[in-house]
Design a binder for this molecule. Structure first.
Ligand code: CIR
Length: 256
């Protein structure tokens, strides 16, 4: 159960952020509309939302998930792998400290993006990516162990279609993973029920369980139907403008 979330309003220079896809330029009015609908969805799921002001210094700063890993036993500040995002951790610090008084953190030369960290009950999958490096993964594993969790590494560096581990997998509770077909047979996922996402719907593999709903991106009917068929209750959100900047549903909030 989550009771709270932190989100940040998109900055007006959102379209100057990092992206690897060529889906066109995000339209700022639609960015705001979609972000607002996302925030409403979190409220509808029963969360108290701390919505912090836009930070024009960092065009990617609405993707707050990358700055911290929040667990029921404590928080870990990350050290984002992209230079332009390095200052985002300091920018979110006070919001996190309000609820997590003694956070741990990742130190140089380690880098970790929260988008690479997938929590599945008491186990964490740590994605090694072009943002999360081996030193970062090692530090994070040690911190998680100190907090009472197990972890294991999944190397996604050779997967050119995803930015972060969680672009390809999501743990949605009830021992179930939503996972891109290309990753579904990984031996680490064997003990989970797996909802496989076909390659034409791969963007939708990033979805988020929030209490009794699963937030899922609009436009991916197979996954939505698959979730329903397995008894989940999808809440569908238009994410087109965030997708243009490589962002998914999980990146837009820190939930705890
Ligand atoms: C970036 O490249 O860092 C941003 N444009 C997108 C970050 C998405 N974050 C996430 O998936 N957790």
């Amino acid at each position: 159960m989550f009771t709270r979330a932190i989100a940040r309003k998109p900055a007006s220079n959102f379209d100057a952020g990092l992206t690897t896809v060529s889906l066109g330029r995000p339209q700022f009015d639609r960015v705001l509309q979609q972000h607002n609908a996302y925030c409403q969805a979190l409220l509808e799921c029963g969360l108290q939302l701390l919505l912090i002001d836009a930070d024009e210094r960092f065009p990617d700063s609405t993707f707050v998930e990358d700055t911290a890993v929040l667990t029921p036993h404590g928080a870990i500040f990350t050290r984002p792998g992209a230079d332009t995002r390095a200052g985002e951790v300091a920018a979110i610090q006070s919001a996190v400290l309000e609820h997590f008084p003694t956070p741990l953190s990742i130190d140089a030369p380690g880098t970790v993006d929260g988008g690479d960290i997938c929590e599945a009950e008491t186990h964490f999958f740590i994605g090694l990516s072009h943002r999360t490096n081996e030193q970062g993964a090692r530090q994070l594993a040690a911190h998680l162990a100190a907090l009472g969790y197990t972890s294991s590494v999944i190397d996604v560096r050779s997967m050119t279609t995803i930015l972060h581990l969680k672009s390809g997998i999501s743990y949605i509770g009830d021992n179930t993973l939503v996972v891109m077909a290309e990753m579904a047979e990984d031996s680490q996922f064997r003990k989970f029920n797996r909802i496989r996402v076909s390659s034409e719907e791969s963007y939708s593999a990033n979805c988020v369980r929030v209490n009794d709903r699963v937030l899922v991106a609009a436009g991916f009917p197979k996954l939505t139907a698959g979730l329903r068929a397995r008894g989940f209750n999808p809440l569908v959100l238009d994410m087109s403008e965030f997708q243009k900047m490589d962002g998914g549903l999980s990146c837009l909030s820190l939930r705890f």
